[in-house]
Write a protein that binds this ligand. Structure first.
Ligand SMILES: *Cc1c(COP(=O)(O)O)cnc(C)c1O
Length: 464
């Protein structure tokens, strides 16, 4: 504690945030303090502390939106007091949510986009829970009608995002996750068919796989399930986890059939806060037709004199993200989204090409066919003096956050590095990133890392 007295008089013209008691003492961390602290001082102290977080624009590890228009800031500010669940108090926010559902149903080619059902969520995780629950309920109803046991539901996925593991555990469903193999990193129709039985509530292809950014072949899987139904009579629905791809493919890969154009696709989830371009806290789930969502899961709230169906895990939730989603959809239009996503795709392709030119890496994803970004591995049988974790660490010194991780089963021996490119990135930034990557590699050539993990990883590569 300094011995001098601190002047607490806020009206004093000498008032300065950094010359206050709170600024020269530790601030309360794990227990509330007894006395209040001047608001402007607390704000500065907290914002200063947050400077230690990474810089979101240089975060090439996340799928989530980190760049929003000033207009979105204004919308979020105006909406900060809107609770989306209070549909009687904020009926127009409810109307805007509803419009987004129908716009997305149309974007994903629902045959009944004007009348079908869907809702906003906090993100794709909640949306996946709702999609999974609908599959479980529909399966159970059918089984009960046939007088068959309903105690062993299973769901079939490829290498999925953790939310499907959560769904399986929280809602008591066995997950049959098709493991990766060295020559097959995605789900294939054959691998799906091998795992199906009468207790399969649905198949979940991922449209934009977390690990590799590639799309699973929804059409191929749907065709295989059609054939399977002809042979066995079992009609297995598909839910597509299009967390990222749901806002990419409709604009820049419109020929890929992955959505409600395939009658077997009964529901789709996507993250508004990923390539939907909205701020954090919004996802979407839409059913093909109203009848695909079992009524028992819908709670009807008779506010507004009408029936307002709600289906959600949360109750209170901020309304601003939903309004911002609507802003994005109508502000950019199809052409705007197309330009934005294509620009991101192009930057990813550029990065992939430049990385390949360095001669040390094998591309795992060249950025061309699916999500905007790229992924690569160190070439086998080389010892460049660093591993990918070392490279990520060193890139962090210039602020770049680039994910390095090992793949899931059965490819745990493969360590890959991945970048995601999102709105707010430019060719210039891509070039700066590549220049830094080269600088880091040069550094390691002159100062090779000798550590256990390098050794372990390079041994791992020889295994594969
Ligand atoms: C991000 C992601 C999720 C989870 O989405 P949140 O919006 O973060 O809850 C689920 N599935 C896939 C494929 C994802 O990429």
């Amino acid at each position: 504690m300094p011995l001098h007295l601190v002047d607490f008089d806020n009206n004093d013209s000498t008032f300065d945030e950094y010359a206050q008691a709170a600024s020269v003492k530790p601030i309360p961390k794990y227990k509330m303090g007894d006395e209040p602290i001047e608001h402007s001082v607390v704000k500065d102290l907290i914002l200063d502390e947050l400077l230690l977080d990474g810089n979101a624009k240089q975060n090439l590890a996340t799928f989530c939106q980190t760049d929003v228009d000033p207009e979105i800031h204004a919308i979020m500010d105006k909406c900060i007091d809107k609770n989306m669940i209070d549909k009687d108090e904020y009926p127009q926010t409810a109307e805007i949510e509803n419009r987004c559902v129908h716009i997305l149903a149309d974007l994903w080619n629902s045959p009944e986009s004007r009348t079908t059902i869907g809702c906003s969520t906090t993100g794709s995780s909640e949306a996946a829970m709702l999609g999974g629950l609908a599959l479980k309920w529909n399966w159970r109803k059918k089984r009960e009608k046939d007088g068959k046991p309903t105690d062993k539901p299973n769901i079939i996925t490829g290498p999925v995002q953790i939310c499907w593991h959560k769904f399986a555990r929280y809602f008591d469903v066995e997950i049959r996750e098709i493991p990766m193999e060295h020559d097959r990193l995605l789900m294939t129709p054959e691998e799906v068919i091998k795992r199906i039985d009468e207790n399969t509530i649905g198949v979940v292809p991922t449209f934009g796989v977390t690990f590799t950014l590639e799309y699973e072949d929804v059409k191929g899987i749907s065709d295989a399930l059609d054939k399977y139904e002809k042979e066995t009579g079992l009609d297995i629905p598909i839910h597509v986890d299009a967390a990222s791809g749901g806002f990419i493919a409709p604009f820049i890969q419109p020929k890929i059939k992955w959505d409600f154009r395939l009658p077997r696709v009964k529901s789709i989830n996507a993250s508004g806060h990923k390539f939907g371009l909205s701020p954090l806290g919004v996802g979407w789930v839409v059913w093909r037709e109203k009848s695909d969502l079992p009524e028992e899961l819908i709670f009807n709230v008779n506010y507004l004199g009408g029936n307002m169906p709600t289906f959600a895990l949360n109750f209170s939730r901020p309304g601003g993200q939903i309004v911002a989603q609507y802003y994005n959809l109508i502000r950019h239009g199809r052409e705007g989204y197309k330009k934005i996503q294509q620009a991101c795709l192009d930057h990813g392709i550029f990065i992939a090409e430049e990385v390949e030119k360095l001669g040390l890496f094998d591309l795992l994803y060249d950025g061309k066919s699916a999500l905007p970004g790229a992924a690569w591995m160190l070439k086998k049988d080389i010892d460049p003096g660093f591993n990918l974790y070392d490279l990520s660490d060193r890139m962090r010194m210039r602020g770049w956050q680039i994910a390095s991780y090992s793949l899931p089963a059965n490819c745990q021996d493969m360590v890959i590095q991945r970048v995601l490119i999102r709105h707010g990135f430019s060719h210039d930034m891509a070039q700066l990133m590549i220049d830094d990557l080269k600088r880091c590699i040069d550094y390691f050539i002159q100062h090779p890392v000798v550590n256990n993990s390098t050794k372990k990883d390079s041994e791992g590569f020889h295994h594969s």
